[in-house]
Design a protein around this ligand. Structure first.
Ligand SMILES: Nc1ncnc2c1ncn2[C@@H]1O[C@H](COP(=O)(O)OP(=O)(O)OP(=O)(O)O)[C@@H](O)[C@H]1O
Length: 238
């Protein structure tokens, strides 16, 4: 089976400098894949490219074995830069609106997604009254309206308290169990460690490690392994 996402030699430069300097990675079908890297490593840039929000300068993207085109986006759901919500609308109204925009049955989307993200009991509450964790979960439900095969999530545990993080981890596992592939970025190593099947570590726009998370450890210490990888890739300069 081809990988859900294959990235080869992807590059992107902004006026300010190089964000991606030749990223390679393979996200297997059905897994939760964690994208790790220090601030400025290029994680968001890579996720934006996969979500069709920016065009890379060179390199290739393949989705489920096919070269990336606008059509690939039908199979991709993304949540980048946090959930964009209407404060006066409730969760149900959000899902119905997004379903209509995507040409999906609104009732079916509400029925399928509210329980998945654990918002069924607060579905009629305006989102202005939601906690950050609830907002993120609604954002994920919106990203899943079109039943994507690949869900791309940029830092979905940012700002969450421990309970919010636990709920998010459980949600990502449920999404994977429902048959989708999850490509999630974080700089919180412990969150990734508890959630992901495999990881990719990007530093200065290049992949420095890809594989099961334990392989990153140094003498059994994940954090030490991660730090020394980042230091080696940065030539001691950060
Ligand atoms: N729109 C932009 N215009 C100019 N430079 C940008 C833009 N977006 C990102 N960059 C630069 O590209 C590099 C990679 O940024 P990116 O946001 O992709 O990294 P990141 O790994 O997601 O970082 P963080 O963990 O801090 O969110 C950084 O040096 C950043 O300053």
């Amino acid at each position: 089976m081809p990988p859900a996402l294959r990235v080869r030699a992807l590059t992107k430069a902004y006026r300010s400098g190089t964000a991606l300097a030749g990223v390679d990675l393979d996200v297997a079908e059905g897994e939760v894949y964690g994208l790790l890297g220090p601030n400025g490593a290029g994680k968001t840039t890579l996720m934006k490219a996969v979500a069709g929000l920016l065009r890379p300068d060179s390199g290739t993207l393949e989705v489920a074995g096919r070269p990336f085109t606008r059509d690939s986006l039908r199979g991709i759901g993304a949540l980048i830069d946090g959930p964009g919500l209407w404060p006066r609308l409730d969760a149900r109204q959000h899902l119905r609106t997004h379903a209509r925009l995507r040409g999906v049955d609104p009732d079916g989307a509400v029925e399928r997604l509210l329980p998945l993200v654990g918002l069924d009991r607060v579905a009629d509450r305006r989102t202005s009254a939601y906690s950050l964790g609830m907002r993120w979960r609604l954002g994920i439900a919106i990203a899943m309206v079109g039943s994507p095969r690949l869900l791309v999530l940029d830092e979905p545990t940012n700002g969450l308290d421990p309970i919010g993080m636990r709920d998010m981890r459980a949600l990502l596992r449920r999404v994977a169990e429902s048959g989708a592939t999850v490509f999630v970025s974080s700089h919180q190593l412990d969150q990734i460690a508890r959630t992901c099947d495999r990881v990719g570590v990007v530093v200065h726009g290049r992949t420095r490690y890809e594989g099961p998370l334990p392989g990153l450890a140094e003498d059994g210490d994940l954090e030490a392994g991660f730090f020394s990888l980042v230091e080696r890739a940065s030539g001691g300069v950060r």
